[in-house]
Design a binder for this molecule. Structure first.
Ligand code: PLP
Length: 459
């Protein structure tokens, strides 16, 4: 480990880094990025990397898009800040809400803006409670989520998240939150069970949970079409149809968390279209502005919105909102990002490269370290295992995933280790040659990881 640079020292002396082993930081330091161009980022030492994760699954248009920069500059000159509280408004927020309604996968009549995905999901819970209070059902408040789901880090969205790392140490989840099964067939399918049987079991288990708790106590279920931060988990065919039937029977609404899967990531505008979901409401963020500014949104249909109108009439006001929800910069960039997705046919481009993405993922599946290579559209994950045949995982303490991500990084590609799954989620603008190069670097890192695992006898 080389000594820390001056900037790295200043960094560890002053910052708290999310999702980082803080106890090791003084010796490892951080990788400090300085600039980005297209699908590449460059660190302060001048080394370049293909950003194979679009940052945090968000920079779909890559870095340095001139049209986005111009839109931001123009908005900052015109009106750098205003809000939409207390019956005020701004044109970029109106325009973005209209655009979202146009492209929504289900009938949507109103949009509520937040600054992030966590706030969007937090808002979803409050809105579900508010709706049921308005409808005279004050006990219908519990929210169902899933094991391995990721919905954010506020107290409520972290509670919805179904990952131990977001609960342990934080006294979470809070009550009113229930977790049902994770639809990961490779990991949780039983011996000899078919995918169809597995899906039926998921639906049965959900039904049992609802009946045990009482349908009259449950407001909503929240689900990512494809689980992202839980390890890129693509549910089996028919999963959402089966789940949705159970929810509909019990008057429980489905919330689609499209924070990662929105805006073309899965080859359609929305992951719910790819996965055949019919959500009642939708959360989005990330590629909403292609990460050029922070912004999140909750989209709701007219009947649900009317319940807010009724209830706020009783209470005197609608008591919820964030200072930066509907920030002019975020909204102007959201409008521009959608315009770019449309006029440059970014989703068509993703679709064109999806067969290549798929074939490269399938090739990864053949690698001796990889147990399963999962993908949907332009997002994938390769799960590393100690034994391909038995699917036996490595001991998490061996840190095989993080070490593999580091070796891939040394080969000039930024990917993300989620435990022992290496996630890949490139900017949607990536060219064919760049995508091949990204997978080549991924494979080089994997080969080095395989050599390291063998040398250290980690199997
Ligand atoms: N929901 C999903 C599906 C996410 O992937 C994320 C972030 O990765 C969030 C919510 C939280 O979004 P944010 O980090 O903007 O609060």
């Amino acid at each position: 480990q080389p000594p820390l640079t001056n900037l790295q020292t200043r960094d560890v002396e002053s910052l708290i880094h999310p999702y980082t082993p803080l106890h090791k930081l003084k010796s490892t330091g951080t990788l400090i990025m300085q600039r980005g161009e297209g699908v590449h980022v460059f660190d302060t030492q001048g080394r370049g990397y293909i950003e194979g994760m679009s940052g945090l699954w968000c920079a779909g248009l890559g870095f340095g898009d001139e049209e986005m920069i111009e839109a931001a500059t123009e908005q900052l000159r015109t009106l750098p800040y205003y809000h939409i509280f207390s019956a005020k408004s701004i044109e970029p927020a109106i325009e973005l809400a209209e655009k979202l309604k146009e492209i929504a996968p289900v009938p949507i009549s109103k949009v509520f803006f937040t600054s992030s995905g966590s706030e969007a999901n937090d808002t979803q819970v409050k809105l579900a409670w508010y709706m049921n209070n308005a409808r005279g059902r004050p006990n219908k408040k519990k929210i169902i989520s899933r094991i391995k789901a990721y919905h954010g880090v506020t107290v409520m969205s972290a509670s919805l998240t179904g990952l131990p790392g977001n609960h342990n140490g934080w006294d979470l989840p809070v009550d009113r939150v229930l977790h049902t099964d994770c639809p990961h067939f490779y990991r949780f399918g039983a011996e000899g069970e078919s995918e169809a049987e597995f899906t039926a079991r998921m639906a049965k288990s959900l039904r049992e949970l609802i009946e045990r708790e009482g349908p009259d106590t449950i407001a909503a279920m929240i689900a990512e079409p494809v689980m992202g931060a839980g390890g890129v988990i693509v549910p089996p065919k028919g999963y959402f149809e089966a789940i949705q039937a159970v929810l509909d029977e019990h008057d429980i609404i489905l919330i689609s968390d499209e924070v990662i899967t929105g805006f073309g990531r899965t080859g359609n505008w929305w992951g719910s279209q790819t996965l055949n979901m019919k959500p009642k409401t939708i959360s989005t963020a990330k590629q909403l502005t292609s990460a050029y500014a922070p912004l999140g949104a909750v989209m709701v249909p007219e009947d649900i919105y009317q319940s807010y109108v009724d209830h706020s009439a009783q209470l005197g006001t609608f008591g919820h909102g964030f200072t930066y929800g509907g920030h002019p910069l975020g909204c102007a960039l959201g409008v521009k990002a959608i315009e770019i997705y449309q006029k440059r046919d970014i989703i068509g481009h993703v679709r064109k490269l999806m067969p290549l993405f798929e074939s490269r993922m399938k090739r990864l599946a053949e690698h001796p370290l990889v147990g399963e290579a999962r993908y949907c559209g332009f997002v994938g994950g390769a799960e590393l295992v100690a034994d391909k045949k038995t699917r036996r995982p490595f001991d998490p303490k061996q840190g095989v995933g993080p070490q593999t991500a580091k070796l891939i990084e040394n080969n000039g590609a930024v990917l993300r280790a989620i435990g022992d799954t290496i996630a890949i989620c490139p900017p949607m603008i990536i060219r064919e040659d760049e995508l091949n190069e990204l997978f080549d670097r991924f494979e080089k890192g994997l080969n080095e990881a395989e050599a390291w695992v063998s040398k250290e006898g980690l199997r």
